[in-house]
Write a protein that binds this ligand. Sequence first.
Ligand code: PGA
Length: 250
Amino acid sequence: MHRLIVANWKMNPDTPSEARALVTATKLVAGNLRHTNVVICPPAVFLALLKPTRKIALGAQDISTELRGAYTGSISAPMMKYSGVTYAIIGHSERRALGETDEIINQKIKIALSQGLRVILCVGERARDEHGHYLKHLREQLEKAVYRLPRPMAKGLIIAYEPIWAIGVDAKQADTPAGFLEQSIFIRKVLSHWCGRTMALELPILYGGSVNPKNAVSFIKEGEANGLLVGHESLRADHWREIIKIVDHA
Ligand code: PGA
């Protein structure tokens, strides 16, 4: 399985020229990758400027629950597709914090997959307690996300495990590779009830939350992650390029 490395630019950078420069920097390394595919998820307004290449796919940071109509400010999955997008991040914790419910996320996953987009579903707990109560929360997020979705849809699904406490420049630390591995086993177990054991074992699971050039390799090697979801470090061209190279060589 190819590794997947995803840049989530969030609401950055400010200008189109900075966006182009980041993609140009990515192309410098992407051409030589052997085991890794790169996905860049820019703000939607920059999509028209950035062309996908054989090694660099484009992703949406979110999509609408609807296909068209009176939904001011929303962008549909087909519109994203026409803009070159092949992946969609759904259920990012920053969108959940704005009020996105598990039901909305379930609807978005269904729309995205039925439109042929690959879904990067984000899950993760706000805090990790010693007694393992957070696992109940994780289980619920997963079960509700795939609720009543036809089982073959699992083929288009990618999970990003992103503990909220590890996300962002202000986070004290990333998860540990061992911590990630444990959660990814749990995620496969929960999802196997939906899509069956074989498919659950094949689901790509990415780690996200304060990924940087120092910790990237350990999540791939010791954590057995199928890839990484990178936030703020994907905006620093030098670090981003280093992370991509590290992942490809790991
Ligand atoms: P971070 O963000 O790399 O800045 O922690 C990751 C994410 O929110 O996807």
